[in-house]
Design a protein. Structure first.
Ligand code: UD1
Ligand code: MG
Length: 491
């Protein structure tokens, strides 16, 4: 086995997070498309550790439910009523095999920007040293609130002191404990058994392990990182937003470096699992969420929100909302389109302005350009759906499906009262209310025939401007020679 591969990662997630003022446990708040705990677990998994355990207590059942759905192989460790990070790690170890040896990493469930690369580098540096403990530290301009790293005169890490327990001189130290560590498993187990609760908070501090390691003659290293964002935890909603914005900035930067044009990263929000092809352009005000993927050369935005949606190469999507939809290569969507789950738009198809679709299979080159609702429908290749067409799929009790065949043409303002099947190569007259199937080559006319009633305006609306206009028009019709129009040769 690779010596730098840790035996286990223990993720601490038992704390209350009272400053969130939330009925949702802190670690289940989300940025970048997953929970804070989800980010921590991803980083932990990147180390390829044999075991990853999550220590839970506050809102235990909800956190455990999330863990099971996110990663079925996580080991759940319950913390008892003894408080403190030291106790949490002890409980984490208890849930792992008793004979576990090698390196154990400890991280927090509320530090979402910590990367897998940093944990791998920590594990490598720890393995390369002969230290029993390696602690990730950073130099902060404002270290308040953090535990401080106290070094001995030769510069070795001597101990970590919590701010609340620190002397005024120690509070001046700017090297902070990130709370992320690599430990030798045996040393960790032995040291934790000796950690007490004699401190201002009456808690069992994990940080005390550092001093105990030194007292037993073991070395402690600092793994200093120069990216303090990676050690920053979320304590309240202000920090949640700050870290969310920084995570997004990093995600956008990664895509830009891979050849994606993002015109305004500040107003573009991209979840961590989104993929974007080269030479795609993302215009301002766009959110790409969940498992969304964007094909090469596509143009998405402005003002587009896509959730778990696939956009094909060269497609264009503007001012649209789509959820669980598939947009084919070279297709055009928007502006002002709403694609609901189960929408599939074929290559070079179109879903235009003020069109809502759901469970709609709109095949290659088919168009629903204007002001329509297409729910529970299959629209064949090259078919054209006129403006204002409604597929009335719901009868108040059940949903029904309709289909429009290839290269068929549905006239504007048609209501298709589902279920109706329109064959390939058929026409439907504008304004129809269809309740029956239409065969190949037929035109369906499903509306009352037009009837014009002579003299109605003068009789029913005498003395109005409309009546006057009618009288003038009729006089002009009856004596065309009184106002000849030389340019207009029509009789
Ligand atoms: C801890 C460190 C401090 C460090 C800081 C970095 C200790 C004693 N102090 O302080 O040196 O600078 O983190 O952010 O370790 N947790 C549990 N069970 C508990 C207590 C905490 O699981 O009983 C979890 C929390 O959910 C959280 C993490 O451990 O994810 C840190 O706990 P927190 O109370 O925030 O520790 P700090 O006081 O910030
Ligand atoms: Mg904290």
């Amino acid at each position: 086995m690779n010596a730098t591969r840790p035996a286990a990662v223990i993720v601490l997630a038992a704390g209350e997070g009272t400053r969130m003022k939330s009925s949702t446990p802190k670690v289940l708040h989300r940025i970048g498309g997953t929970t804070l705990l989800g980010h921590a677990v991803r980083a932990a998994r990147a180390t390829r550790a044999a075991h990853v355990s999550v220590v839970v207590r506050h809102e235990r059942d909800r956190v455990v439910e999330f863990c099971a759905a996110f990663d079925a192989d996580l080991v759940i460790a319950d913390q008892d009523e003894v408080k403190g990070t030291g106790r949490a790690v002890e409980c984490g170890l208890d849930a792992l095999p008793a004979d576990l040896t090698g390196t154990v990493l400890v991280t927090y469930g509320d530090v979402p920007l910590l990367t897998g690369e940093t944990l791998v580098a920590l594990a490598e540096a720890h393995a390369a040293s002969d230290s029993a403990v390696s602690v990730v530290t950073a130099h902060l301009a404002d270290p308040s609130g953090y535990g401080r790293v106290v070094r001995d005169p030769d510069g070795h890490v001597a101990r970590i002191v919590e701010q609340k327990d620190a002397s005024p001189a120690e509070r001046e130290l700017t090297e902070i404990n990130s709370g992320i560590y690599a430990f030798d498993a045996d040393l960790l187990r032995e040291a934790l058994a000796r950690v007490g609760t004699d401190n201002v908070q009456g808690e069992k501090y994990l940080t005390d392990v550092v001093q105990i390691a030194r007292e037993t003659g073991r070395a402690v290293s600092a793994h200093v990182i120069d990216d303090p964002w990676q050690t920053e935890g979320v304590n309240d909603r202000v920090q949640l937003a700050e870290l969310g914005r920084e995570l997004n900035r990093r995600v956008c930067e990664r895509h830009m470096r891979e050849g994606v044009t993002i015109v305004d990263p500040a107003t573009t929000w991209v979840d961590v699992d989104v993929s974007i092809g080269r030479d795609a352009t993302v215009l301002p005000g766009t959110q790409l969420l969940g498992a969304t993927s964007i094909g090469e050369g596509a143009v998405v935005g402005p003002e587009v929100t896509l959730t778990d949606t696939e956009v094909g190469a060269g497609a264009q999507v503007s001012r649209a909302v789509a959820n669980l939809a598939v947009i084919g290569d070279g297709a055009v969507v928007g502006p002002y389109s709403y694609l609901r789950p189960g929408t599939r738009l074929g290559a070079r198809g179109k879903i235009g302005g003020f069109v809502e679709t759901k469970n709609a299979d709109i095949r290659e080159g088919a168009k629903v350009p204007h002001l329509s609702y297409a729910g529970d429908v299959t629209i064949g290749e090259g078919a054209n759906i006129g403006a204002g067409t409604i597929f009335a799929n719901y009868d108040g009790v059940a949903k029904h499906h309709s289909s429009v065949g290839a290269h068929s043409f549905v006239g504007s303002h048609t209501v298709v009262v589902s279920p109706v099947d329109i064959a390939d190569g058929a026409y439907v007259a504008a304004g129809s209310a269809l309740t029956q199937d239409v065969g190949p080559g037929q035109i369906a006319v499903a509306r009352a025939r037009q009837r014009n009633v002579d003299g109605w305006v003068e009789r029913a609306r005498p003395g109005t401007r409309t009546a006057e206009a009618a009288a003038r028009a009729r006089a002009a019709q009856q004596s065309p020679s009184t106002d000849p129009t030389p340019e207009d040769p029509t009789p």
